[in-house]
Design a protein. Sequence first.
Lengths: 213, 313, 535
Amino acid sequence: MPDVEAFAPQYASIRHRDETAELGMWVFIATEVLLFGGLMLGYIVYRHAYPTAFAAAGRHTDIVIGTANTAILLTSSFLVACAVDAFAAETRKICITLLSGAILLGLIFIVLKGIEYSDEYREHLVPGINFSFEPANADGAQLFFVFYFVATSVHAVHMLVGIGLLAVLARLTYRSPDSRHRAALHSAALYWHFVDVVWIFLFALIYLPGRST
Amino acid sequence: MRHEWTSFWHSGVSPHGRDVDMLFGGLLLASALVLGLLFFLLTLFCIRYRVSNAVDRDHRIRKSWHWEVTWTAASLLGFLALFVWGASIYLDIFRTPPDELSVFVVAKQWMWKVQHTGGQSEINALHIPVNRPIRLVMASQDVIHSFFIPALRLKHDVVPGRYQDLEITAERSGHYHLFCAEYCGTEHSGMTGEIVAMEAADYAGWLAQQSPSASLAQEGGALFRELGCSGCHGTGSKVHAPALEGLYGNPVPLSDGSMVTADDKYIRDSILLPRSQIAAGYEPLMPSFEGKVSEDQLLRLVAYIKSIGGHRS
Amino acid sequence: MNEDNYLNAGYSLRSWFFTTDHKRIAILYFASLIVFFLIGGAAATAIRIELVTPQADLVSSDMYNRLFTMHGIIMVWFFLIPSIPNTLGNFIVPLMIGARDLAFPRLNLLSWYLFMLGGGVTLFAIFAGGVDTGWTFYTPFSTLYSNSYVAVAVTGVFIAGFSSILTGLNFIVTIHRLRAPGLTWYRLPLFLWSLYATSVILVLATPVLAMTLVLIVVERVLGVGIFDPKIGGDPLLFQHLFWFYSHPAVYIMILPGMGVINELISCFSRKQVFGYKFVAWASLAIAALGFLVWGHHMFVSGQSLLASLVFSFMSFMVAVPSAIKVFNWTATLHKGSIRFDAPMLYALGFIGLFTIGGLTGLFLACLAYDVHATDTYFVVAHFHYIMVGGMVTAYFGGLHYWWPKITGRLYSEYWARTAAVLIFFGFNLTFFPQFILGAEGMPRRYHVYPPEFQVWNVLSSGGAVILAIAYLMPLVYLGYSLFFGRRAPANPWDAPGLEWQTPSPPPEYNFDTQPVVTRPPYQYSPDFAAEPQNA
């Protein structure tokens, strides 16, 4: 497919532009690592201070939804990876189908998260709103749930941004599957995979404590 | 206060205060030498090599790395020496004080409340005898404050939620500033006081003059009954609660298998966060007194439990 | 200046506020930064006037606390951090590497809008009633006790943080990927090495601040005790998280200043910077080591003695690359051909003032002395020597150096030199007495103070008057030059960098044809004529 598209004057070629865009996404991901890293560091400090309370609180998380969401996200990442591979004018319908699948899975993730949040509201596990827990571990558990809600809602915001990106790119792939949009999809896929990896860390920190005993 | 032009040259009046002053002198000397050298070279080069000056500019230094290694190594060695010097004094300043003469300090917005074990209390003042190490046990009622005595070259933050030990010794009698050094709100700059160091005889006289109604431990004992602690922990109680006689200072086995020493922090945490450390063989029945007892009252309870622990406070 | 350049490429508001030209975005930042500097400076003026007497006479304690908080927040986040990177960096980086723009011009514009939004929100908090927590927002005071617009101010800073991140991202990618042919890493001017190191810190440290600010707002708005000791939270955790960003932040502030000094010293001694590679790697070392020293703000906070030992040791280590730079700059002057134009006066002033600031940093890194000096005016003097004596001086130096390139005009050399000298003396008179105050034990953030501290306070306030006048002078003569200054040639200083091989002011797309670099930077022939990097 001949690339006759224009590119911005600071670039020497299309390839130059696309590689630069990808580097930009890697640098952005580095900032996100520190964003979530800072939060996880705070979590780890408190978990070290209150191990029994964190374990007790961890047992109150919904492991079924948590595990389902992990499987959903991993599958969606697989679909996105395949979509990147399938990006070409001839296979654009396949690409769009794969992206739509990933978007759908992402939305299911969000819905399941919403169900989980409302369950937690009913079980009085929302700090600042209606939190109550067995008195022996109440303080540590409240700290656990503060981190739980902050981390998962920040993650959910990132998920929504990712879903938006994939949706925009699905549309662009349909309209003009040129190299600029290939690069854009590649960057969006990187972002999506990163959000997935963050979830895996969160899953381990949130859902698994206290379950081995 | 007499108007001092160079009061910062007055030496510190604590044992490590002199060490800190010597360290300061050393730092000042090193800095003056480096700065002097730098200004000399800058001035020299600026004058000698100014554009209008026809001077030999050939044979410029080509290989720079000899110089680089030299001044890097020199800086590194100098810095290491300063680090070791400062660190050794620091460790000395903050060594755990022996359980000598204790005084309790509660910081709150915006005053310092001082409690002597004999029950004498002061606000924004602390009387101490000279040449005796005083162990301050400090707590904050609300936000972070910082206990700062410039004359002793000493400060430490007082953080809410924990006890802070600090050893102070004044070598000369006199009045010394006490400042709060961590911003704590509206009247932060008003949270000042004075340390009054007195000769031993004068100090004894001052203590006697205060005529407190009861010692801290006695007041603690009264609180112990008023707050209902004796209901569970006293003899004849039907509740299976640990006896507190002989507890203080001794190891306590916990329900998770670990051992902890029953110090001030342990007592305080047991009252405020009783479920955080359960004594082995007991049920987690004790209610928390968070919000029901102030830092002043906590200090009295700790003093009381210490007094029935077989320790002198 | 009859030919087309970026300034006359469009006069509409739209062409300015929707520009993607890095040069215009630099001007947008420059204008907004002047406003923030004046607001922060006004707060400082009020503070220094109040401190002339030991008692409270000008303002109430609550107002005073709001004033120093405002001064800190505005100066740190809305002046110092964006200053050189977003004005001089935005303008010069593409020119210096021979590119037509930054890698992501639209992100650059977004960065300015985020900066303005963040600034607007913060100014709203300040003028609606103020914040009284200090720029450090220590908990539990900020989360549970302060009766001021903490959440709003914190949100403003949060938004501005994204502006920083985007800038850093843009510079990293640009320096990696948009260098002109022949421009290898070791041929980069040191200004770019410094900005690269700064950008690494910007992208890695700022997110941690973002997360910490989120936690403050959550605790304040929802009342959940993340840092509340009553439910087992730890106020010290806040300090660790806050300083993990805020210490590297001070290197964000000073590294660009050091970068500018390289350009000035070499140009006005007509000589290659001594020990180029050492200086380049020293910038990266400062960035890396700067992440490992945050606990030196907490030596008396109650952190463990072991932690304090480690942080003190690392703090001494991070001083080494800074020392290397100072020695290298001095050695650059040796056998040079030195001219004392205004930018050089600023550069020399920087070396002196930064060295004093850095040496006093050693005092504070030294554990036992820090016990006495922390939270006193000694610290205040130390960081003002670095930030104002160092960073702002470097900013002014760079501004004067590149002013002909940016505006196409020459300023009055007489007034520029006068202002530089006046700034140097006013600065020292303002801040040197504060070292004495700190050594004597006057705590910081004090509205009222014991009378024996008055004499040094009066000296300091007197110096502040001189400094204020000196800082206002450039507004006048630089502003005058915009309309009445002589037209500047392409290369008024006869310097070899790529930015000087294009007209003043540059055309919209910087270069007609992409330069090809054949030489290292700072090449001057034996008779001190510049050898351009691309000839």
